[in-house]
Write a protein that binds this ligand. Structure first.
Ligand SMILES: Cc1ncc(COP(=O)(O)O)c(C=O)c1O
Length: 358
């Protein structure tokens, strides 16, 4: 076999599907699409000629995204999930140079760097999950490549300020491209795309997988100035977004107002959960501006297993640098969140009375 040593050395993406009742492990929307949008999407699908290739660069959806964000269409690139765009940025701006990010952060930045043989530099966040400004300044004032920053941050759930980003972006010019990954921006009511409008070396990355509830459909996009977009587009395979994906994305954008109450429900539920957890001994929950949050417990492996026994699936994060003791919990429906809270109360009660779980 001629598999490259870098690929052999790479650990596969870490995810195990498990049987569950309450699924709070992937930061998805807990709801399927509203039936009015789904019906519209299915109608579009029924009319599609499946024998024909889709639009080469998904022009109709790019046009709809451009209108939605008041952005020039030449500055919109779409893909089958924003993961693919991360890989494209590494192809366009990372290979032979550096992929810079912070840690912990979204695993796909580092994975793409390793897959594609780019140099990887991961700078640890401070203990309070704030940015390591000095180390970032040092990296960005030399070398070249692509700097990925999730904002809102994942998996820590905090938001870095525009002033912090602007300083780094200015230092990064002209040798670095800065990708602000705004996968969760609807839940924080932030929008950093203005920085991409202002600076030619900045892009804002978005996904349909979270607030728009299309995790299973695989759609993402990035907003940037046309020159960067033109170059990024060269790294995408022609016809790589299917006509099925385009039709569903269009239906969602046509009715995006129907999804707004769900985002507001996530915010309300998040605050309700954090408040309830603050009263439970043995668990400390981190504030978050996303549709998930971190909890810290003394025995994460055991806690995870106990939650699973109660039918609640969350995501372990305790293997990540700076996150020992942490689990990540996505916000579910109010009923699912109640089930999570009940499970936490039962487990912490048992831990407190010293029950041995073997
Ligand atoms: C910060 C961040 N960026 C990007 C993604 C990938 O999203 P997509 O489903 O569009 O590939 C995720 C998914 O969890 C994420 O957390």
């Amino acid at each position: 076999m001629s598999v490259r040593p870098e690929i052999r050395a790479l650990a596969p993406y870490r995810f195990a599907a498990r049987p569950h009742l309450v699924k709070l492990d992937q930061n998805e929307s807990p709801y399927d699409l509203p039936s009015a949008i789904k019906a519209r999407a299915l109608k579009h699908l029924a009319q599609l000629p499946f024998n024909r290739y889709p639009e080469m660069q998904g022009e109709s959806l790019r046009q709809a995204i451009a209108a939605y964000h008041d952005w020039p269409i030449d500055g919109v690139v779409i893909s089958g999930g924003s993961n693919i765009l991360i890989q494209s940025f590494v192809i366009a701006c990372g290979i032979g140079q550096t992929v810079l990010t912070v840690s912990p952060s979204f695993a796909v930045y580092a994975m793409s760097a390793e897959l594609l043989g780019a140099k990887l530099s991961e700078l640890p966040l401070n203990l309070d999950f704030s940015l390591p400004h000095q180390a970032l300044r040092q990296e960005l004032s030399q070398g070249s490549g692509v700097f990925f920053l999730a904002n809102p941050a994942a998996p820590t759930g905090n938001v870095f300020s525009e002033a912090e980003l602007r300083e780094l972006i200015e230092l990064a010019a002209p040798n670095w491209t800065v990708v602000i990954d705004e996968a969760y921006y609807q839940f924080s009511r932030t929008d950093f795309s203005g920085l991409a409008k202002e600076y030619p070396h900045v892009a804002s990355l978005r996904t349909f997988s979270k607030a728009f509830g299309l995790g299973g459909v695989r759609l993402g996009y990035a907003l940037m100035q046309p020159e960067l977009a033109q170059n990024l587009q060269k790294t995408m395979m022609p016809f790589s977004v299917s006509s099925l994906q385009l039709a569903i994305g269009l239906a969602v954008l046509e009715h995006s107002d129907l999804l707004e109450p769900r985002v507001r429900e996530v915010e309300t539920e998040r605050e309700r959960l954090l408040e309830a957890l603050s009263k439970i001994e043995g668990v400390s929950a981190n504030p978050s501006e996303t549709n998930f949050f971190l909890i810290k417990v003394s025995e994460p492996q055991e806690f995870f297993a106990q939650l699973l026994k109660c039918g609640v699936l969350v995501r372990r994060q305790d293997h990540l640098p700076g996150l020992s003791g942490y689990l990540r919990v996505s916000i579910g429906t109010p009923q699912e969140n109640d089930a999570f809270l009940e499970a936490v109360k039962a487990i912490t009660g048992e831990f407190a009375t010293g029950v041995n779980h073997g």
